[in-house]
Design a protein around this ligand. Structure first.
Ligand code: ADP
Length: 386
């Protein structure tokens, strides 16, 4: 096992495409780290540079104590699992798993032991003599994992390994992967565009956008204390709601006022107001997660505002309610479903915000959080839970 260190790593493709713009990341030994972000943000390029499948334009990558910039992939002591796991169709499960070790001329008894161990961990014992075409999608993905496990590498690299599976199987395999990591404790770097996959799998979640790391932290940190509006909007489903406005007042009596003339006005709770001190008149985007909204007709005016129900989506235990504010801004509330109490379309309701779960951001899609004093974007944690 090994720690992976990424130091000021850059990648510029032909045509001056700056896919990765100088990122720093330390992946502690034995941790499961997920690189997550929208398509094109540079996560696969980062993974492929760790694997050695892509040259590095600048910076260094180390696996353990060894700088691997110029080490060929086969000598990096890594094993990679891709979305298209491409098993050899003419080989049995056993032969597929043994293939890499045979190429490396491992002794037969050693191959036998490692394949048997991996197949027992992955529940593949009864399929060892089958060909891939006689397996389900999930079983094939397990064989692909088996091929990686038998190598006993210092580090696993996964590139969207579950995206070819149907939704239900993806969730099952996700749990299996997590259990597997808890058992083997091999350092793992996992790439996905799916924030839910990132949150459920990662010890450390690294949110990327536009070739840069926006935030690296525990799932709880990136969810509760996003460093900017991008992270706040990317992590969590349904996404955080954002309303444009500005701050007014001073001391502990700061209010956030929606931009429109008939807009909402919300008292900024004291801890947040302290950070925002001296910022009266400053434009600020208010962020609130759907789950931090209740529809309470008796709420105090300075924590609530009126809105109109547009769509009601029952989800079983919870119901999503899509609303528009008086100024026309869209908002989603996720509330507990209580028999017969859902509002109807066109109803006017009072939207109440949980004061402890209000966030404020500077304007713009990457607007910095005003929730806490500034911290460097790539430092895990560092911001107070909000
Ligand atoms: P992600 O995995 O986050 O979807 P990638 O790392 O694949 O993103 O790509 C990051 C950026 O680099 C994208 O803009 C993509 O178009 C570009 N890119 C990826 N591979 C190449 C390549 N071989 N040549 C030129 N540009 C590339």
């Amino acid at each position: 096992m090994a720690r992976v260190t990424i130091d000021r790593v850059e990648k510029t493709y032909k045509g001056n495409v700056r896919a990765v713009k100088g990122i720093d990341l330390t992946i502690p030994d034995g941790q499961f780290v997920v690189l997550v972000g929208p398509s094109g943000c540079g996560k696969s390029t980062t993974l492929r540079m760790i694997a050695g499948l892509e040259d590095i334009s600048g910076g260094t990558i180390s696996i353990g104590d060894r700088v691997v910039n110029n080490v060929p992939p086969k000598d990096r002591d890594i094993a990679m699992v891709f979305q298209n796991y491409a098993l050899y169709p003419h080989m049995t499960v056993y032969q597929n798993m043994a293939f890499g070790l045979r190429l490396r001329k491992a002794p037969k008894s050693e191959i036998e032991k490692r394949v048997r161990d991996a197949s027992s961990i992955l529940g593949l014992d009864e399929y060892l003599q089958r060909k891939p075409k006689a397996l389900s999608g999930g079983q094939r993905q397990r064989v692909a994992l088996g091929r990686a496990i038998v190598r006993e590498p210092a580090c696993f690299l996964f590139d969207e390994p579950l995206s070819n599976l149907d939704a239900k199987l993806r969730v099952t395999m996700r749990s299996e992967l997590k259990a597997l990591h808890q058992r083997l404790k091999t350092t793992t770097v996992y790439v996905t565009h799916d924030q839910e996959e990132a949150m459920t799998l990662g010890d450390l979640v690294v949110v990327m956008a536009d070739g840069e790391i926006q935030q690296a932290g525990s799932p709880d940190q990136v969810f509760r204390a996003p460093v900017n509006r991008f992270v706040a909007g990317f992590v969590g489903m349904p996404p955080m709601n954002f309303l444009e406005g500005r701050l007014q007042g001073s001391g502990d009596a700061i209010v956030w006022k929606e931009s429109a003339s008939n807009g909402a006005e919300i008292a900024v709770p004291p801890p947040l107001a302290r950070h925002a001190a001296g910022s009266s008149g400053q434009p600020a985007v208010l962020g609130v997660r759907p789950g931090a909204i209740t529809l309470d007709p008796d709420a105090p005016d300075n924590r609530s505002f009126e809105a109109t129900v547009e769509v009601v989506e029952p989800l079983g235990e919870m119901t999503d309610i899509r609303l528009t504010t008086a100024s026309g801004a869209a908002l989603t509330a996720r509330v507990s479903s209580v028999d017969g109490s859902n509002p109807g379309i066109g109803d006017r309701v009072r939207v109440t915000l949980d004061a402890d779960r209000i966030h404020l951001f500077e304007p713009g899609p990457f607007g910095r959080s005003l929730d806490a004093p500034a911290t460097p974007a790539s430092t895990p944690g560092g911001t107070e839970a909000a």
